[in-house]
Design a protein around this ligand. Structure first.
Ligand SMILES: [Zn+2]
Length: 374
C-alpha cells in the first residue's frame, strides 16, 4: 500500500478515491455521493424525525453542500442524497414524486419533507405538553437501573422543554419535584451516594449542583439507584437482615468493593482480612496520621466509630495544612447539608475544648474520658 493511500485511509476519508497514485489528487468529485453512507430517515416518532433531520443537516454541512443557493451540481447532489435518505420510505418518495416530478430543487424537496412528514409529527406530539407533563408517571424514572433512570430522565426533560415558557420553571424546580417522588429510601441512598462522591469524587459535584444542574442530578441519582439495587439484591441473600439501609451496624451489607465490616471505601480490611479495619480493628498512630490526609474518608471512619460506640481515634496534632483542610471540609459539609456535620462535630467539639495549638495526646485522652468515649 503506498503512503498516500495509507494516509487517506487513516484520515478516514468519506469518499474513496479511485486514483490514489496521483500525488495531488483533485478534490473528490461531488457526484461521488453515491458512495456516501447515510442513515435512512426515521419518522417513527417526533423525536426520531427531528433527530433524522438534524443528522441530515449535519451531514450536508460536512459535505459542504449548501441547503439553499448552491451550484446546480450541488443541487443535484442534494436531491440525490434526499432520495437516498428516503429510499426506504415509500410514502415520502411517492409524495416527492407527485409533488416535484423531475423538477424542484434539493432545498424545496427538503422543505417538503420537513413540512409534510416531520412537522406534523412534532405538532401532534406538542398539542398538550402541559397535559403530558401533568400525567407523567414518575415511577417510570425509578423502576429500573441507574442507566434506565438517566435515559428516562431525558424523556421527561424533553417533555418539560416543550412546555410554554410561562410554566416551564427551572431545573431546580423539576429536580425538587422528582426528588419528592423518589421516596425516602432512595433519598437515603442519594445521601449515601453524595458521601461516596465526597470521599472519592473530584469535588466538582456537590449538593448545590445536584439540586440545580440536570447533569449532576442525573449522575448522582443514577448512582443512588444503583446503590439501592445492590442493597436490594444483597438483602435477598439474607432474609434475617432488617430492611434498613441507612443504619450502620457491624455485619451490615456493604457496598461492593468496600470494607465488609465498616463499608469504608479506603479501609485496609477490604484488601485483606489480615489488615485491621479502620472502624472495628485496632487503630495505630501511623494509620491515624494517614487518615488525616484522607479527610472525606476520615469523616466516614469517625462517624462509624461514633455510631457504633467505638473509641474515637486519637489523631496526631494536625499540621497547619491539615487543620486548614479539616476546617474547610467542615464548612463544605455544613454548606452542603445545610446543618453542621455530626461526625465532624466530634472533631470540632474537641477543638472547642482545646482551642490552643499544641494539644497533646494526654489532653486527647483526658477529653475522651470526659466525653465518655474511653
Ligand atoms: Zn473497615
Amino acid at each position: 500500500m503506498n503512503e498516500m493511500r495509507k494516509l487517506m485511509l487513516q484520515q478516514g476519508a468519506l469518499m474513496k478515491t479511485t486514483r490514489p497514485e496521483l500525488p495531488e489528487s483533485p478534490p473528490p468529485k461531488l457526484n461521488d455521493i453515491s458512495r456516501i453512507q447515510l442513515i435512512e430517515i426515521d419518522i417513527s416518532s417526533a423525536r426520531a424525525a427531528q433527530n433524522s433531520m438534524y443528522l441530515f443537516h449535519s451531514l450536508m454541512k460536512q459535505l459542504k453542500i449548501p441547503l439553499d443557493g448552491g451550484t446546480s451540481a450541488q443541487n443535484t447532489d442534494l436531491s440525490l442524497l434526499i432520495d437516498k435518505w428516503c429510499a426506504k420510505k415509500p410514502d415520502i418518495i411517492t409524495s416527492l414524486r407527485n409533488t416535484f416530478m423531475d423538477g424542484g430543487t434539493g432545498a424545496q424537496r427538503l422543505r417538503h419533507i420537513d413540512r409534510n412528514f416531520i412537522q406534523p409529527k412534532v405538532a401532534k406530539r406538542d398539542t398538550d405538553p402541559e397535559g403530558a407533563v401533568a400525567t407523567y408517571d414518575y415511577s417510570r424514572l425509578f423502576s429500573d437501573t441507574g442507566m434506565e433512570f438517566t435515559a428516562e430522565l431525558l424523556n421527561l426533560r424533553e417533555l418539560i422543554s416543550r412546555l410554554p415558557a410561562e410554566v416551564k420553571a427551572s431545573a431546580k424546580y423539576w429536580i425538587k419535584r422528582i426528588k419528592k417522588k423518589a421516596g425516602t429510601e432512595l433519598l437515603n441512598n442519594l445521601d449515601r451516594a453524595m458521601r461516596e462522591e465526597e470521599e472519592e469524587g473530584d469535588g466538582s459535584i456537590d449538593m448545590a449542583s445536584v439540586n440545580t444542574d440536570w447533569t449532576d442530578f442525573a449522575y448522582m441519582m443514577a448512582k443512588a439507584i444503583d446503590i439501592k439495587k445492590q442493597y436490594d439484591s444483597a438483602k435477598e441473600f439474607d432474609t434475617n437482615q432488617p430492611p434498613k439501609i441507612a443504619a450502620h451496624t457491624q455485619g451490615q451489607v456493604s457496598r461492593p468493593g468496600n470494607c465488609t465490616k465498616c463499608d469504608g471505601s479506603l479501609c485496609p480490611y477490604r484488601l485483606s482480612q489480615e489488615n485491621e479495619c479502620d472502624v472495628y480493628g485496632n487503630m495505630t498512630m501511623s494509620r491515624a496520621a494517614e487518615l488525616m490526609n484522607k479527610i472525606g474518608y476520615k469523616y466516614h471512619v469517625d462517624k462509624m466509630r461514633r455510631n457504633n460506640g467505638r473509641q474515637m481515634i486519637n489523631y496526631p496534632h494536625p499540621t497547619s495544612a491539615q487543620k486548614e483542610a479539616l476546617e474547610s471540609y467542615e464548612r463544605h459539609l455544613q454548606a452542603k447539608w445545610g446543618r453542621p456535620p455530626k461526625a465532624v462535630n466530634a472533631h470540632a467539639e474537641r477543638d472547642d475544648a482545646d482551642p490552643q495549638q499544641g494539644r497533646g495526646k494526654c489532653d486527647m485522652l483526658k477529653l475522651q474520658k470526659e466525653l465518655g468515649l474511653n
